[in-house]
Design a protein. Structure first.
Length: 297
């Protein structure tokens, strides 16, 4: 691989900071004009350090933009009925506009039942079946935050996605599937690849927009990437390198830099934008619940 670096690095941290500033400004307007302070309830079960750290960052971001956090920490052995009761309480609380139950949930809890119990109007994660169905049907919906983040990042380097060959590698209901729907909404020509896809490198080589969410460290190689492509790396993988642990994406970043037109780094790409988009969804939810138009941010 030559040492020539051609790709623009999409700086998710800086773009997320701009988005948070825009959310803060819109939140101030909403509060001043309608006396509404958007509230986000985050429910954490147990003491998983990664989940705890996500929840702490989310609460900090909520406060920084002038919203109100409602944090609920339950023990890992809580039963499903107790969690459902808490969700019902949050559904009924007018100060709470968004509800997020931090995954993964312990085995005694059905994730599907909990997600389905959240009021779809407060479903800022966009995982409720009603929101997923509305997204596929082309109706207004709260879409999941990571896919929204990816579209916003792509738009920083491409004015239009219309007609572009887009490949979504991964088809999970939290990332791959909804991102494919959002790409389609932008009029890209979308292909979805998964574990049964034959000759994944050949599909990748055609893609002008390559989005990857598979959870395999540095799986996508530089020579699979179309020259000039926009590469969005959603993967978060912890690897050991010389006794030190570090986070890498699903794309071999060093190789991608030589070929792609633009690429997101890991960390510092999709991750920070996901939290910023959670704030956007909370603001949207607060506006929708008040019968107000959601700001265009
Ligand atoms: P899932 O495990 O739910 O889904 C992985 C998907 O990738 C599946 O559809 C699977 O296919 C597909 N896949 C796995 N291996 C291959 C392969 N070798 N070739 C082609 N397709 C493959 O993962 P998630 O979608 O939840 O997450 C994916 C990654 O994104 C993870 O690293 C996760 O940590 C990260 N993530 C990052 C976020 C962020 O904010 N940056 C937010 C959410 C997730 P099949 O359906 O056939 O099994």
């Amino acid at each position: 691989m030559s040492a020539k670096i051609s790709a623009k690095i999409i700086d998710g941290k800086a773009i997320a900071a701009d988005l948070r500033a825009a959310v803060k400004a819109e939140t101030q307007l909403l509060t001043a004009a309608h006396d509404i302070v958007p509230g986000l309830a985050v429910v954490l079960l147990g003491d998983d350090p990664a989940s705890r750290s996500y929840v702490t960052s989310k609460s900090r971001a909520v406060l920084e933009v002038g919203m109100r956090p409602f944090d609920h920490h339950l023990p890992a052995d809580v039963n499903e009925a107790e969690l459902l009761a808490l969700v019902q309480k949050l559904n009924a609380d007018p100060a709470v506009h968004g509800i997020l139950v931090q995954a993964p949930l312990p085995p005694q809890i059905s994730t599907n039942r909990i997600v389905a119990s959240i009021d779809p109007a407060k479903d800022v994660d966009g995982f409720h079946p009603l929101n997923a169905g509305r997204l596929v049907s082309g109706l207004p919906a709260l879409a999941p935050c990571t896919p929204i983040a990816c579209i916003k990042l792509i738009k920083t380097v491409r004015t239009s996605l219309a007609g572009c060959d887009a490949l979504m590698v991964g088809r999970s209901h939290i990332v791959g599937n909804p991102l494919a729907q959002l790409l389609l909404k932008e009029n890209a020509t979308v292909t979805i690849a998964h574990t049964r896809t034959r000759d994944l490198p050949a599909y990748c080589r055609r893609a002008e927009i390559l989005c990857v969410a598979i959870g395999h460290a540095e799986f996508i190689r530089g020579d699979w990437i179309k020259p000039g492509a926009t590469v969005i790396d959603i993967g978060i993988n912890r690897v050991d390198a010389g006794g030190k642990s570090r986070i890498v994406g699903d794309v071999n970043f060093a190789e991608a830099l030589n070929v792609a037109g633009a690429v997101t780094p890991v960390p510092g790409g999709v991750g920070p934008m996901t939290i910023a988009c959670l704030l956007v969804n909370t603001l949207r939810a607060a506006c929708m619940q008040a019968g107000l138009p959601a700001p265009e941010i």
